[in-house]
Design a binder for this molecule. Structure first.
Ligand code: GLN
Length: 620
């Protein structure tokens, strides 16, 4: 019993591709329309009940149902792939000189050539395909057969073979094709022997594939010419576009117009019952079922493909791009702060400076419509702020023209004296090096949002270079010593034995895993605390700590090892206090140590509060 289309629809929402394909298969399996091809005697042996469906995604997953592994001859579906192979080898102009790209509106085997150019109309009908076959190179028939099998095999991702019985049957009966080939010899479109061209043509039609193979071949086109299973680049990008265009207009012979109207996908069928349709950038879907309609297309395949296109909104002219989703989110500089820990007295100033900063995160593909949207959005933001961070971490691609638009956007902002800075510019932009072009337009580019925020904070503070103050006394004015009187200070210096240690920029001060036996107070310069994380164990910055602040103080509270790396960001001087000296201070002067602990806790609470605000804003 056929399932209703609503049963098929609900299967999709059950979330399973397999059950979706099964329902689709069950819906069309009982369809008895059409007849198995008999004009090639061997093809009449096909089982009319065979029905397979396979989907292959552009990133290499295959879903298949029914008779997806039954071998059949590829027939005319080979034409699309051999056309791609000819384009790759000879270039567009050489191939266009021999075969056009116009739909015929005639049957696949019609004997018509363009009256003006003498060319066959397109490579998807027999005449054009025979010309393309004549272009296969090789010293003799065996070498050309090998080249043809290698070409089709690269698309399928496995070695393919010829069904010799079908080949014999085709060449014994293919007189009409012979007539077409000789006509084209006469018109100058075939240079050498028409029989050699027909030999390769009949052989390519007789190559055995499964429905799964056909799906993978289509997925190679969907994946911009790279076979998603083998990883091999089979066709260059431009050729893929040419092949799909011709498939779109001509792939279904004299049904091509109705097909484009109903299904709206580039596709190619063959008289053994195969059909492949491509959703560029996403996946390909293949069908195998031998009964054909009057155009020579598989009946079940055409009906099922039409249904799937409707249900999944696959029609090429169905607007599926959500242009608005290019802006992933927008954050305010007050909610996300850089990880640089700042002096208490700077914080009020920084809060005021952070308020107008906007962080705009982009995502997905940047093309005209999405970049236009971003430009419009920034234009609106410009009314309320002159400081924007544009984050490209989640951008997946950007065409060349759009890279140019982004550079233009930067130029407009720079010229207006506004600050548009960039975080994480991936290697995108086609032939343009986007980073270099942005820098030429006076852009500042940072590795991540954190560094971009820090840049705006530094601007706000108008910080000069840190003045090294390398005396023990200089730490008296820092928070750690808050509440000390003269006597406390003297006792502290005597018992805790603070020492000054200086580090060159970039020097490692503490390494994760080292014993934690001392702590540090920065009296000049600043340090970066970083840790390894993520799948690639990348070193990422936990925080930067500047003048007057402490690090490594956890050594005072626990017996343990360092949990992160600390390195000097610039030339840095620290007061170092050993843990055992601190223990002596505690034994002799517990009141001093109580003051130090209170100061450390106050600072830690402040850092925690800031971290929480950042975490909350990232989770929202
Ligand atoms: N070998 C077949 C022929 O030329 C291919 C035709 C097709 O699949 N439409 O007749």
């Amino acid at each position: 019993m056929a399932l209703s289309s609503s049963a098929v629809a609900s299967a999709i929402f059950e979330g399973s591709v397999a059950s979706f394909l099964k329902a689709l298969h069950a819906e069309f399996l009982p369809d008895r329309d059409g007849n198995v091809a008999t004009y090639i005697p061997e093809l009449s042996n096909a089982d009319p009940d065979h029905f397979g469906i396979a989907i292959a995604t552009a990133d290499g997953r295959v879903h298949a149902v029914g008779d997806w592994d039954v071998p059949f001859t590829i027939q005319s579906a080979s034409k699309a792939f051999m056309y791609g192979e000819a384009l790759k080898r000879l270039g567009r102009d050489a191939v266009l000189a021999k075969v056009g790209v116009e739909p015929t509106g005639d049957a696949f085997n019609s004997i018509v050539l363009d009256e003006i150019t003498n060319r066959p109309f397109n490579p998807m009908v027999n005449a054009g395909a025979i010309v393309v076959s004549s272009l296969v190179e090789g010293a003799d028939r065996t070498a050309r057969e090998k080249a043809m099998l290698a070409a089709l095999g690269a698309f399928a991702g496995r070695d393919l073979a010829i069904d010799r019985a079908v080949f014999e049957s085709e060449s014994a009966t293919g007189h009409r094709n012979r007539a077409i080939a000789y006509l084209m010899l006469n018109s100058g479109m075939i240079d050498a022997s028409p029989d050699d061209a027909l030999d390769i043509y009949f052989k390519q039609c007789s190559v055995l594939v499964t429905c799964r193979d056909l799906a993978v071949m289509g997925a190679t086109l969907a994946n911009d010419g790279v076979n998603p299973l083998s990883g091999e680049r089979v066709l260059p990008t431009g050729c893929v576009q040419d092949v799909l265009s011709v498939m779109y207009g001509c792939g279904m012979y004299d049904y091509a117009g109705q097909w484009s109207f109903d299904v709206g996908l580039p596709a190619k069928s063959g008289v053994a019952g195969g059909l492949v349709a491509v959703v560029p950038g996403e996946f390909a879907i293949a069908f195998y079922s031998p009964p054909l309609d009057r155009f020579g297309n598989t009946v079940r395949g055409v009906k099922a493909c039409k249904r799937i296109s409707e249900m999944l909104s696959l029609h090429s002219f169905c607007s599926r791009t959500e242009v608005g989703s290019v802006i992933r989110r927008e954050l305010c500089g007050l909610t996300v702060r850089s990880n640089r820990v700042r002096k208490r007295e700077d914080r009020t100033l920084l809060d005021a400076a952070a308020a107008p900063v906007r962080i705009v995160e982009l995502q997905g593909a940047l093309h005209f419509a999405t970049v236009e949207r971003v430009g419009f959005h920034l234009g609106a933001l410009a009314a309320s702020t002159s400081r924007v961070i544009l984050d490209l971490r989640h951008v997946t691609s950007c065409d060349m023209a759009s890279a140019g638009f982004l550079v233009g956007l930067q130029r407009i902002w720079s010229d207006a004296g506004r600050m548009l800075v960039w975080s994480f510019v991936p290697p995108i932009g086609g032939l343009i090096d986007l980073s270099a072009a942005l820098v030429a337009a006076k852009a500042h580019i940072f590795a991540d949002i954190d560094h971009a925020l820090e840049y705006f904070e530094d601007l706000a503070l108008v910080e000069g270079p840190a003045q090294p103050e390398v005396s023990i006394d200089s730490m008296r004015r820092f928070d750690l010593c808050r509440g000390f009187d003269e006597q406390d200070w003297t006792n502290f210096v005597v018992c805790a034995a603070p020492k000054i240690v200086e580090f060159e920029a970039g020097a490692t001060i503490v390494r994760a895993g080292d014993p934690a036996d001392r702590f540090f107070i920065i009296i000049a310069g600043g340090v970066r605390v970083s840790s390894r994380g993520g799948q690639d164990a990348r070193l990422f910055r936990l925080s930067s700590i500047g003048l007057g602040l402490t690090f490594g103080e956890m050594a005072l509270f626990e017996d343990g090892r360092r949990s992160a790396d600390v390195a000097a960001e610039t030339r840095t001087a620290c007061v170092v206090i050993a843990k055992d000296a601190f223990a002596r201070l505690e034994a002799a002067h517990p009141a001093i140590v109580a003051k130090i602990y209170a100061n450390i806790i106050r600072e830690q609470a402040e850092r925690l509060r800031r971290a929480n605000v950042t975490i909350n804003s990232l989770e929202s």
